[in-house]
Ligand binder design. Sequence first.
Ligand SMILES: Cc1cc2nc3c(=O)[nH]c(=O)nc-3n(C[C@H](O)[C@H](O)[C@H](O)COP(=O)(O)OP(=O)(O)OC[C@H]3O[C@@H](n4cnc5c(N)ncnc54)[C@H](O)[C@@H]3O)c2cc1C
Length: 680
Amino acid sequence: MALEEFSEIAAARRIQRLSSHISPALTEPPQLQTEACSSRTRKLVVNGQALSLYMKGKHRDIQEKVHEFYNSRPDLQTPLEISKDDHRELCMRQLYALVREAGIRPFRYVADDPAKYFAIMEAVGSVDMSFGIKMGVQYSLWGGSVINLGTKKHRDKYFDGIDNLDYLGCFAMTELHHGSNVQGLQTTATFDPITDEFIIDTPHDGAIKWWIGNAAVHGKFATVFARLILPTHDTKGVSDMGVHAFIVPIRDMKTHQTLPGVEIQDCGQKVGLNGVDNGALRFRSVRIPRDNLLNRFGDVSRDGKYTSSLPTINKRFGATLGELVGGRVALAYSSVGVLKVSATIAIRYSLLRQQFGPPKQPEVSILDYQSQQHKLMPMLASTYAYHFATVYLVEKYSEMKKTNDEQLVADVHALSAGLKSYITSYTAKSLSVCREACGGHGYAAVNRFGGLRNDHDIFQTFEGDNTVLLQQVAADLLKRYKEKFQGGTLTVTWSYLRESMSSYLAQPNPVTARWEGEDHLRDPKFQLDAFRYRTSRLLQSVAMRLKKHSKTLGTFGAWNRCLNHLLTLAESHIETVILAKFIEAVRKCPDPSARAGLKLVCDLYALDRIWNDIGTYRNVDYVAPNKAKAIHKLAEYLSFQVRNVAKELVDAFELPDHVTRAPIAMQADAYSQYTQVVGF
Ligand SMILES: Cc1cc2nc3c(=O)[nH]c(=O)nc-3n(C[C@H](O)[C@H](O)[C@H](O)COP(=O)(O)OP(=O)(O)OC[C@H]3O[C@@H](n4cnc5c(N)ncnc54)[C@H](O)[C@@H]3O)c2cc1C
């Protein structure tokens, strides 16, 4: 029997065995009633069906189509052990199969229905995160750069080839010496008026394009970001017009050989995402036609004259990068998907796993331990919070693509930067918490945390490093703070600052600082006021500090002196937006029982965050000592309540079978099924 055939049969067997583990019924172990909670143990009933109906995005059908297709194709599922090279080929086959066999064509949605595109990306990422990223490189990065930065002639020429995967491509921005600082890129594109071409050059090793997805093996083209150099008739001889994007063919369409002047190296084995072929590109006087400049924001005429509707290099650069926020939206959205998977696996296992118990009584579920609830229940609440926040982000992004409204562009830019960094950082940390919450079994590769953690980790860095992106949020807040005093308008997401600046910056009310009743603490007004107060205070104080330090340190030095403060401000603002959207989602939920479940997790999200930052609130007496204690106690109690409906809450994510196919997430009789995985 050929080795290939053998491994296919083995894979099919494994999948069959794992599929048999899935049983929807969960036999709950006896539940421990902790003393702290015994006075209020009435179990909330959550209508899981109504809840999942409410959560269901309008593109759930296409996600189900993706899941069904890959579930029915064991040959397209990624085995646990696979070499880098095989993984890359498998991801390529997965992508071809999506487009050419399942008939799903994501590219047309990139511009016309982004919400649908993000839904496909999430579903595809749940098959294999490498596959999701490979699809993102092809359609949002390479394809997105062509349709968003180019003009009609580019769309006409490249759309079909990108869509049907004949034109596989890369997005070549990062260089060895410059990643976050895109304005510092060194690759050049010099216009040659004699031949009507651009000449692409890598002037030194530091300018080699690095980490470029699809470059090592499959890419035929690259959108190369390079400084546009135009000849001039003055003494300088040339003029640097700043970073622009160019389409550069890198491999022959027929032979797939690397084209003359292009050198490609492989970036090698990575911590995760090894199904994506990241490579390095060097250009030695590679000539491309003038038409290959993606000329939406700046163009060069036949006689070498530069034209643009935007007046400065900075404005053009901002507009260029602004068109690329779709990648961030996709990462924020997909990161919530990863969080749903890992929280589901850990919570299902924690409901099932029993350790210790009161003397002479049955052992109890580990989710009955307060510490386990503390690890996982606020995480479950956060997953819900981020779900609604990213749904909102996708809505805003889609609206922005349709209207191109200037204020909306600015709003979505900051919101996508903030949510991408905040959520991906949270998910990365949670993956470790989930692994640890599942003890030794969490460490078995088959239970997925290791793979998810390795694959997801880089979400914190690509499409903009999280620390750098949060600074953009802070800078935006400061700009709006300044505008507020100059009477400018504030966009929707930021409008709370207008009221909060005047009302919240007054001294905290000593009476409300002492209110500690449950009704008050669970009142959305109290919660949102507290979040807004913190953000407003941070904003005002950092603005004053920046002003003071810039006198002696200059703008750059002052910014760096206040950097941690600025990052805290950005996170605080993003948490505020998340809470506001969550409260709105609870209010709009039509089914009373589903709404009660959402209200519970929303309250837990809010109180847990306030408690996490209780020092800030105490420092200014926003909450009195007893109120702080009451917040803590109530958060613990809510965690306990959430534990009681945890099964319904994770089931409402409606994750497909293959996603939770981790033996420890299996339900009744998991142990006997788990032992089969290792061969008993
Ligand atoms: C798997 C993978 C795939 C990728 N795919 C692509 C691709 O297809 N195309 C592409 O063009 N690029 C790609 N990249 C590159 C990626 O976008 C960059 O790695 C990313 O933008 C960060 O840049 P850097 O690595 O140079 O980090 P740096 O910018 O050097 O950052 C290093 C550290 O310095 C800190 N830092 C930097 N600047 C500041 C600042 N101003 N203030 C405070 N701290 C700061 C950061 O927070 C970070 O912790 C990929 C990278 C990886 C690993």
